[in-house]
Design a protein around this ligand. Structure first.
Ligand code: NAD
Ligand code: DAU
Length: 351
């Protein structure tokens, strides 16, 4: 049977890299990118591949049950790669219900539509749920998240993702639905919306605005270049075991303050500014409520079972990322006009 793969959230940051990889690498698959184009979705991210004959875009909302059911009946999607989500922790603190709606209800509507289509005929079909390491809560100064770490989410975002992971598993156990889940660490790279730490700081350096560091800046994240995440998703989709979870991480922990200093250093050098000039923009601001101290992934399962490892070093990845933003200032200006200004003022009031 010809594969007709539904990729949700394909106009977003990670989704666009996944869609590009599948469309260009697998000309025998039909790829349907379903996205409601929220503030985070941007079809400019896929301009280079939109004319490929195996690429199809559908503007729809995963919480619209009638439309989703109709689309599954009409297109008979053989597989689902589910990335659509509300993804920003700070927004989940101001509007938790939006996160419950898209991340929990939207996931359930997709699961149900997939079950209604293939139940009892599961062979050769798969629901792949893309999730986050934030479901595990926070680490102390040592230790790593493994696939058996208990779920302990702390933000409305991570609680909604944890809930969606549980529903995916429940559909596997209850209805025999073949599924796979990956829980990945912080991504960075081209097309990252400038509400997240790295692109926000790149944009603020370019516009001479303060670089807001929450709390004491000692919070730690494990950063992975987005294209390496897309490569891992391709591998897990084709080679992963059904009913399994794989953790994906960068083996690359940074405290926020050190990361931002490194970014300032690279930006100064690329912009021909005096060393130390961007660092002067660093400003410590009010902490994020419920801020998780540290995330770090043990990615040995995907490494040993599927042979995946990051392909670029952090230095290379960060340099590519900065170059992308410097070469795509129109993209940055477009996404930071309009509603972004209201978001920024509310989020960083008084800073
Ligand atoms: P993003 O916010 O950049 O993109 C999300 C996309 O989903 C957007 O295109 C948006 O328009 C679409 N979308 C949102 N609500 C929708 C709805 N109701 N119906 C249809 N489309 C909708 O997010 P991202 O950073 O690319 O993350 C993608 C996925 O990967 C998410 O599920 C996220 O939880 C997960 N994840 C992200 C990271 C990260 O570091 N960014 C790390 C691990 C896992
Ligand atoms: O770990 C995976 C997760 O990584 C994904 O599931 C989320 O979708 C993604 O947004 C990301 O979550 P974080 O909250 O870790 O990413 P963010 O870029 O928002 O923040 C990274 C760190 O930087 C975090 O400790 C908070 C801090 N921070 C963030 C912003 C936006 C600041 O100090 N200042 C800021 O202005």
């Amino acid at each position: 049977m010809k594969k007709k793969i539904l990729i949700t959230g394909g106009a977003g940051f990670i989704g666009s890299h996944v869609v590009r990889r599948f469309v260009t690498k697998y000309s025998d698959y039909d790829i349907f990118n379903l996205d409601s184009l929220t503030y985070a979705g941007n079809l400019e991210n896929l301009k280079d591949i939109e004319a490929y004959p195996n690429y199809h875009f559908i503007k729809a909302d995963i919480t619209d049950e009638a439309t989703i059911n109709k689309l599954f009946e009409e297109h008979q999607f053989t597989d689902v790669l589910h990335l659509a989500a509300e993804s920003h922790v700070d927004r989940s603190i101001t509007d938790p219900l939006a996160f419950a709606k898209t991340n929990i209800l939207g996931t359930m509507i997709l699961l149900n539509a997939f079950k209604n289509l293939w139940s009892e005929r599961w062979d050769g079909h798969r629901f792949y749920h893309i999730s986050t390491d934030e479901v595990y809560g926070t680490l102390g100064e040592t230790g790593l998240f493994t696939e058996t770490t208990s779920y302990d989410p702390n933000s409305p975002y991570s609680a909604s993702k944890a809930s969606s992971d549980h529903f995916v598993r429940a559909y596997g156990e209850t209805y025999g639905m073949p599924y796979v889940i990956t829980n990945c660490s912080n991504n960075y790279g081209p097309n990252h919306f400038p509400e997240k730490l790295i692109p926000l700081c790149i944009n603020n350096i370019l516009t001479g605005k303060p670089l807001p560091i929450y709390g004491n800046g000692k919070y730690t994240r494990d950063w992975l270049y987005v294209i390496d995440h897309a490569i891992a998703i391709d591998l897990v989709f084709h080679k992963g075991e059904n009913h399994e979870t794989y953790n994906i991480g960068g083996f690359n922990e940074w405290q926020n303050i050190d990361l931002v200093r490194e970014l300032c250093k690279q930006m100064d050098s690329k912009l021909g500014k005096d060393e130390g000039s961007s660092e002067k923009l660093i400003t410590f601001v009010k902490d994020r409520p419920g801020h998780d101290l540290r995330y770090a992934i043990d990615a040995s399962k995907i490494n040993q079972e599927l042979g995946w490892a990051p392909s670029v070093t952090f230095e290379e990845g960060l340099s590519n990322t900065i170059d992308w933003y410097l070469n795509n200032e129109d993209w940055l200006q477009e996404v930071t006009s309009g509603n972004y200004q209201n978001y920024y003022q509310n989020q960083y009031k008084g800073e």
